[in-house]
Design a protein around this ligand. Structure first.
Ligand SMILES: Cc1ncc(COP(=O)(O)O)c(C=O)c1O
Length: 391
C-alpha cells in the first residue's frame, strides 16, 4: 500500500489535505493569486471587491443583509462582531457545544462584557428547549451559537436555535466558520443578526478573509450604539463606509486573498448552492458509513454529525500513530481529536473540493492501518460500505 501515494506523482504540496480547514484549493483559485499586483484603490480591484460583496450575499442567501469582508481569519470576524455590536453594559449567553463557542466567551471576558455559558456535553447538540428555558429565566442582549463546532464536530440546528433567540428578543450571532458553503444556510430565512465565516473552509479558498453578514437590525444597532467601539481595525462602523464604497481607504486589504475568494465564490455559484450542499451531505454520508463499517464510534451524536468534518474514536493511544501513517503512507493529512481526545480520536475534514477520490483514499488508508491492529477488519470493508453512496 506504500506506493498508493506515489502512484499519481502528486506534487508534495498536493497532499490530500483533510484537516478541518484549510482545505484543498482548486487550481483556478490558486492561479488568480499569481497575477501581478493591483492597486488597492484601482478601478480593477474595487470592481472585483464590489463583485465579491454581491457574491457574498448570494452565498449567504440574503437580499436584505449587509456584507462585510475584511482581511484576517474567522477569529477576526468573531472579534469584530463582538466589539462592534456589544457594549460594556451588555450581557451575552454562550451556547457551548465546543471550543469555538467558548472562544466567544473568552472574547467577551477580554472586553469585560458579562457573559453566562449554557454548556452541553462535548459531542451533544444544543437543545433548543434548554435554551428556551434559560432565555425565559434570564435576559441576554446577545446569544452566541456555533453552527458546526469544528472541535466537537457537532452540527447544530441553527434554525431552531435562532428562532428561540429571536422569540426572546436577543441578538442572534451565529459562527458558521465551518458551515457556510458546505451546510445549508439561508440568512434571510434564518433571521439571525450576524452570521460569520471565513475563506479557507467550505468556501474552498485560501485563508485570509473574514466574512460577516449583518441584518438591518444589527446595522441599526451598530449605527446607534452609545459608546465608542474600542478598536480601530475591528470597527465595523468604519468598515461599513468601505463596504458601501470600496474606493475609500481603511487599511490595505490582502488583495490576492480577496481576488481568490471572489473566484472561489464564482465557482460556488457555477456549481449551485443546493448542488453544493447536497454534494457535501453525500460525501459526509460516505465518510460516516466508512467510519462506521470499521467499527469506530463517532464523537458527535447521531443526527447532529456535521457535513464538513467528522470526529471519530480510534483505539486508545493510537491516534498520533494513525495520523502520521495516513500522512506518510497515503499522503492524507487529518487532524487529531480535540483537547482531551487528542490520543484517542481523529477529525477528518471533508469540505469544498474534497470528493470521492479523497474520501476513498482516506478510508482505504484508515482501513489498512487499522487492519494491522485488528484482524477482524477485512480488506474491502469500506469500499462495500460506500459503494452505494459515492457511485
Ligand atoms: C467554528 C470555528 N469558529 C472559529 C474558528 C476560527 O477561525 P480562524 O482559525 O480562521 O481564525 C474556527 C477555526 O477552525 C472554527 O472552526
Amino acid at each position: 500500500m506504500n506506493n498508493v501515494s506515489k502512484e499519481d506523482n502528486r506534487d508534495p504540496y498536493d497532499s490530500f489535505l483533510m484537516v478541518p480547514g484549510p482545505t484543498v484549493v482548486d487550481s483556478r483559485v490558486r492561479n488568480v493569486m499569481s497575477n501581478n499586483q493591483m492597486g488597492h484603490l484601482s478601478e480593477e480591484f474595487t470592481d472585483d471587491f464590489n463583485k465579491l460583496l454581491v457574491l457574498s450575499k448570494k452565498l449567504f442567501g440574503t437580499d436584505t443583509g449587509s456584507p462585510f469582508v475584511i482581511t484576517g481569519s474567522g477569529t477576526i470576524a468573531m472579534e469584530a462582531t463582538v466589539l462592534s455590536l456589544l457594549e460594556q453594559n451588555n450581557t451575552g449567553l454562550i451556547v457551548d457545544t465546543g471550543y469555538f463557542a467558548q472562544r466567544f466567551g473568552q472574547m467577551l471576558d477580554c472586553y469585560s462584557i458579562d457573559s453566562n455559558t449554557l454548556s452541553f456535553n462535548f459531542g451533544s447538540h444544543a437543545d433548543p428547549d434548554i435554551l428556551q428555558t434559560e432565555l425565559k429565566k434570564n435576559k441576554y442582549d446577545a446569544v452566541f451559537i456555533t453552527h458546526v463546532d469544528t472541535s466537537s464536530t457537532v452540527m447544530n440546528n441553527i434554525y431552531e436555535l435562532v428562532k428561540v433567540v429571536k422569540d426572546n428578543n436577543s441578538l442572534a450571532i451565529v459562527d458558521s466558520v465551518c458551515g457556510v458553503g458546505g451546510c445549508e444556510l439561508n440568512f434571510d430565512r434564518l433571521g439571525a443578526d450576524v452570521v460569520l465565516t471565513t475563506s479557507q473552509k467550505a468556501i474552498g479558498s485560501v485563508p485570509g478573509a473574514g466574512l460577516m453578514m449583518l441584518s438591518q437590525n444589527a446595522i441599526e444597532l451598530l449605527e446607534n450604539r452609545k459608546s465608542t467601539i474600542p478598536s480601530y481595525y475591528l470597527n465595523l462602523k468604519k468598515w461599513k463606509v468601505h463596504m458601501d464604497n470600496p474606493k475609500t481607504y481603511i487599511a490595505t486589504p490582502a488583495i490576492q486573498v480577496m481576488v481568490a475568494l471572489k473566484t472561489a465564490l464564482e465557482m460556488i455559484m457555477e456549481e449551485g448552492l443546493e448542488n453544493r450542499w447536497n454534494r457535501h451531505k453525500n460525501v459526509a454520508n460516505a465518510i460516516h458509513a466508512g467510519v462506521e463499517s470499521l467499527g469506530l464510534d463517532f464523537v458527535a451524536e447521531e443526527n447532529y454529525r456535521a457535513y464538513t468534518v467528522t470526529g471519530f474514536h480510534v483505539p486508545s493511544g493510537k491516534s498520533i500513530h494513525i495520523q502520521s501513517e495516513l500522512k506518510s503512507r497515503f499522503n492524507v493529512e487529518v487532524a487529531s481529536g480535540f483537547g482531551e481526545m487528542k490520543n484517542n480520536a481523529l477529525r477528518v475534514g471533508h469540505m469544498a473540493n474534497i470528493g470521492p477520490n479523497e474520501v476513498g483514499r482516506f478510508l482505504t488508508g484508515l482501513e489498512t492501518i487499522l487492519s494491522e491492529y485488528d484482524d477482524r477488519i477485512k480488506k474491502g470493508t469500506v469500499t462495500d460500505a460506500i459503494s452505494q453512496i459515492l457511485k
